[in-house]
Design a binder for this molecule. Sequence first.
Ligand code: ACM
Ligand code: ZN
Length: 682
Amino acid sequence: NAIIISASEDVPVNPELYKDLPANIRNRIRPGRNENYKMVINQDIILIQAPSEAGGFYALQTLRQLMPVQSETGKQNLPIRIPSAFIDDRPAFSHRGMLLDCCRHFMDKEFVKRYIDLLAMHKMNVLHWHLTEDQGWRIEIKQYPELTNVGAWRTEKDGTRYGGFYTQDDIREIVRYAAERHITIIPEIEMPGHSVAAIASYPYLSCTGENIPVENEWGVFKDIYCAGKESTFEFIENVLDEVCELFPSQYIHIGGDESPRVRWENCEHCQKRMKEHKLKDEADLHAYFNERIGKYLASKGRILIGWDEILEGGIPANGVIQSWQGEKGAIDAVRLNHYAIMSPTSHCYFDYPLESTDLREVYSFDPVPAAIADDRINMILGAECNMWTEHAPQELVDNRMFPRMLAFSEVVWRYPATRDYNSFYQRVNGHLDRLDKLGVKYGLPAVASAISCQTGDDGTLEVFPKPLLDDAVLKYRIRYGNADFLPWQDIDSVITIAEDAELEIQAQWRSLEPETPLYRRIVLHKGFSRPLTLSYAINTSYPGGGQQALCDGLLGTDSFRDGLWQAVFGDNLQATVDLGTVQEINSVSTRWYHYANAWIFRPEKVSLEVSDDGRKWKPWKEIQAPLSADHDSQGAVEYSASGQPISARYIRITGHSLGKCPEWHDAAGSPSWLFADEFVIR
Ligand code: ACM
Ligand code: ZN
């Protein structure tokens, strides 16, 4: 008959609610301030009590979830039924956020508002808005019009222009929209690194003063703000003046991550500043920089947040650390008496593929590092999930964010007594019906299928597909040689493959458009499943399938993380194949991976030796393939040897690793990777 919402005093945590929890967990409950509510639902009334509008708002979000999903469309037939309930609810953490990178890809205003709605619905209260980057400056600054005339636009490799920005009117509208939904927007203005777009607009901001274009590649770049020139600080302070006008948030994020110091090392202004202030190295100069910005923000009544790199050299007074490189940043910050926000890559990077961070992984996240003492837990304000968008334009963001955000929002709202993933997953399934009605284009909760293989009779390969989601249905299709794919088929149990083939396995889950199928190219060559001796210990990060990986018949794909590639770090890779008997060898093709950005370099030389007894070796072929500066290419590279056939029982294949990243590479001198799969012997 009525929904009554009334104000109430903030009540202490009701001990009854948590009485079943062990003391160490009970002590870790860190309620958000004034965001709690109580709700009574019976056949006469819905009564909501909350100490603040936010609490009342969260009660309504709960009520919304108790309504039939049909109600999301506004086409619900009356009467509707909801269960009777008594709910006493409050968040575990006061900072429950999501980072949205609107720089790598620009997101339009309506899309940002839509995310604010989705966050609010899941009782999150922070949108960390990443607004400046190497690849685009997205916030209008009246005093520096070139930031958006120039810095908001990049020329892509194909010559097209890409970009966009938010006017100050847009921003005020979005900030207001968020506030109405109890969401604080924390703007991130990156400094001193990730600032190529600003430097492209105003070249005097860098150490060299050279003209550079807005970046059109992803990565970490050398040109950063000069910490020596006063004009840099004048610029940043003027920008922050306008930022603080637009954003009422107590916190202003200044980035601070991934700032190479090579320009500072070679800049007369930076070096002069270091001498004047007796700074012993460039890390101290970064600390000086942060200290100045921190003081400036403090003078405006604001508090600085920075990524964990700002701990190097010393953290400014009051600064809050956002810990992304694991938990260490937060642990160090708390030790130094600073607040911390958790975003470790292990659980909070929703741009990462499901292979590394699936729904179960996110649900297992504990925002409080185990190393934080019980009496310091209140120093962990909460956590954020990060949506970096190098590989996700606007239309893919739902797919990356959902359903992972469901796990995340529960993690920051409700500190776990125990987390029962299966029970959570059931609730997720129900909730996805609601997201369907809202048009959320969520992706899979986990990698849907896997295969295991074994050698069958007569040199066949037996493939055993396995659904990894209980409710996924798998199909497969296959093609032989250059023929077309045969039609999709249901999977019985085993797929037996007797000749070279390409296999695709696809999962159907809910009504999702099937995603990219699992793909395997299978080559049943002479070396297939023959014993291999390796010169190296198998790397635990890239085992590639173990001892037999290089002759298991399955060829590494375009992704070096596919589980098929085997890798050696900083050393050569040598494998000896025993064919069992002396045989004629017509060709050997060796496959390698190249991706300089990931420190993976194809070998410059591959040598092939043969032997009849495995003791006396004779050189057979040597393939030279010199490497020039190659920053861009990524994928498998094949080196083959053929010509006069040779007879032998053993073949020894050596890939000569660069050993170290070459001179032309950003990480010159650091150990390099060598990746191989597979060695095909015909
Ligand atoms: C970050 O991912 N560089 C904060
Ligand atoms: Zn400089």
